[in-house]
Design a protein around this ligand. Sequence first.
Ligand SMILES: *Cc1c(COP(=O)(O)O)cnc(C)c1O
Length: 385
Amino acid sequence: MKIQTIAVHAANEPDAATGAVAAPIHMSTTYLRAADGSYPGGYVYGRSENPNRVSLEVALALLEGGAAAAAFASGLAAIHAIFQALQPGDHAVVSQDIYHGTHAMLEKVMLRWGLDISFVSFDDLDTVRGALRKNTRLVYLETPTNPMMKIIDLAEVIALAHGAGAKVVVDNTLATPVLQRPLDPSSPQDGSLGTCPGADISVHSSTKYFGGHSDVTGGALIVKSADELFTRIREEQSLAGAVPSPFDCWLIRRGLATLPLRVAAQSANALKIAEFLQAHEGVSRVHYPGLPDHPGHAVARKQMSAFGGMLSFQVAAGEAAAKQVAASTKLFTQATSLGSVESLIEHRASVSGESASTPRDLLRLSVGIEAEEDLIEDLEQALES
Ligand SMILES: *Cc1c(COP(=O)(O)O)cnc(C)c1O
């Protein structure tokens, strides 16, 4: 089945007990035990398993072409579970260009726990190769990166890491499985990555495109095979207990139904906006992999089916002018986060902190599903101001 059909139908049968077409929300934390001690419904206790969580996990595994999925209370909880499933003393090579919260969590929590982590630039794969060690268990990256929208060649990183016996984790939040399938590149929309064996884990902040409406916090990871590492991740999920509520799972599962439609509209809008900004004299640079002169354009064409709803640009008149633009839009809401139906604008350097390498004159856009003409008109009046 195509992804649009999976998004609607996966683990979304009418309710057997009532015939309800929209899935019920199962709030119960505990389940009936039969006289012989068995559990006729297959469920025991809410932290371990919940029908809404199972439905979400089954749908996510099918969407990404993975063997299994685990849902968490936030994106960072999902990422944390992956690193916690390693042993103290294990080594990981992590891209410098990752979500700033992931970087902070790894530094403040996982280093203290005894993991050994090398944060390196993935701009040049020789740097990655040089960072690999005998005890390197994981290579962790995001592509496209945020907010600079750099593209990293997945097939090359995967070959390199697997050659060194390390697993590859891709934070696929920005691309979503609609545009990029790190685990199952044999069936990308355009068939071009067919010979790549695929990454081992894809991880998401469900808070972003999966939920898609800025109203639910969640995270999830999808694995290529349900191996020993996944068994430990499942233990982290049920024993550390950073699980999403039944209602949160229901909201995210509902969001998935429209994910392919939303991402298609967001990608189409973002491309038009990038072209508009590139032609505007008040803008010095536009960072969007869909533009033919973007340094990662060729690789993006190879590993993505479209270029996504995120882009950033630099305001020619500098930081103060950039902040003025962000304060002057009427449709783009000035707020952090991304992936929702409404368009957002953000002065990224003042959110991700002083240490960040983000240019001070840079604005990040999360493009929504509004009409492209209205969004462009809004940016035009803000840039005039
Ligand atoms: C937001 C985000 C996260 C963290 O997810 P939360 O749901 O906020 O915990 C991780 N990675 C990326 C790329 C993100 O955008």
